[in-house]
Design a protein around this ligand. Structure first.
Ligand code: P6P
Length: 330
């Protein structure tokens, strides 16, 4: 069968060197993503759009779909007997599934519905996931899940846009699948996704300019200065307020995404979360030949201290990320 027609399972079995336990977990995650996609696409008929009248651990207003998406991931990831713990953006504590977790058991970190404020206005949203393996048997103590992003064995996201996509890496490149209605299969449509090293397109929430520190302010000003400025290039800007959509665009055509530490979010360490947003997106971008930095260091080398901690995120085309790091050094 032609490479591009392969189903998720065929590709994982034939073109990726992964063990059966991981494949079974990935199929459960793909099922959770199908279920969330269905909830998102039919939300208007099920009275699940809008606020849930609750807040999550981040103190952010939860949408009904945030809670439903979390329930789908919790349910489907719990099928595998090798999953020891689940860490969800929507849940304060680490959700331990086993009394005595064993070496090789999985920890799954996820943001079940990222960018959910976009759902009510029918813009793209997504689910983000990251998988690590316990290196040794442990008591179900929360410190066991605080591992640096370099220890991820798998990272991926589903994007609920004009089509439902699933983009994943197991450390062997980045591969994109598209959901086929009818069969329900995720079919390989974007093998070997790579990020071009150069770009003239950046993504940042420019409404935060007044909070930016000097390196970011100067970098953006130089981009805006265009052909007559120091970059001697005309730059374009995109901001979708959905990390999954911005990262998917960058994986597809290049670009750089910035959600930096600034004077408005410094007290919380940034805006985006390390374990289930920055780390998985960082692994995907690096596996696609890009770079993922805090501005002063590699995101994947950040040693977590709490499982909901936030971090500064600058990721995408490698030469542009390196350029931004020089602004931080100077
Ligand atoms: P802002 C969505 O809430 C999110 O976590 C990311 O998906 C997105 O990139 C960012 O926050 C948007 O933040 O400040 O533009 O609303």
């Amino acid at each position: 069968m032609a490479h591009s027609q392969k189903t998720f399972r065929q590709f994982m079995l034939e073109d990726q060197d992964i063990d059966t336990d991981l494949l079974m977990l990935l199929e459960d995650i793909a099922t959770a993503c199908r279920a969330v996609s269905d909830h998102v696409r039919n939300g208007a008929f099920a009275n699940v759009l809008g606020a849930a009248n609750s807040t999550n651990v981040q103190g952010e207003e939860q949408k009904k779909l945030d809670v439903i998406a979390d329930e789908e991931f919790m349910r489907h990831c719990a099928n595998s007997p090798r999953v020891a713990a689940l860490v969800s953006e929507e849940v304060d504590e680490v959700h331990w599934l086993k009394e005595s977790p064993q070496a090789g058991d999985f920890v799954v970190y996820f943001d079940p519905l990222d960018g959910s404020s976009n759902v009510d206005v029918n813009l793209s949203v997504g689910s983000i996931f990251s998988i690590m393996r316990l290196s040794e048997a442990t008591l179900p103590s929360d410190t066991a899940v605080l591992r640096p992003g370099t220890e991820q064995i798998c990272a991926g996201y589903a994007i609920y846009g004009p089509s439902t996509g699933l983009v994943i890496t197991t450390g062997q490149g980045v591969h994109g699948f598209t959901h086929e209605s009818g069969t329900g299969e995720f079919r390989l449509t974007h093998p070997d996704m790579t990020v071009p090293p150069k770009t003239v397109e950046y993504a940042i929430n420019s409404a935060r300019e007044t909070f930016w520190y000097e390196p970011v302010r100067r970098y953006i000003a130089d981009c805006v200065a265009g052909k007559d400025g120091p970059r001697k290039e005309k730059f374009n800007m995109r901001w979708t307020a959905s990390m999954v959509a911005d990262v998917h665009r960058i994986l597809t055509r290049g670009g750089v995404f910035l959600y930096p530490l600034d004077s408005g979010n410094e007290t919380t360490g940034g805006k985006l979360r390390l374990m289930y947003e920055a780390n998985p997106m960082g692994m995907l971008i690096e596996q696609a030949g890009g770079a993922a930095s805090t501005g002063t260091g590699r995101i994947l080398e950040v040693q977590p201290t709490t499982h909901h901690q936030r971090v500064s995120v600058i990721l995408g085309s490698s030469e542009e990320v390196a350029k931004i790091e020089t602004y931080h050094r100077n």
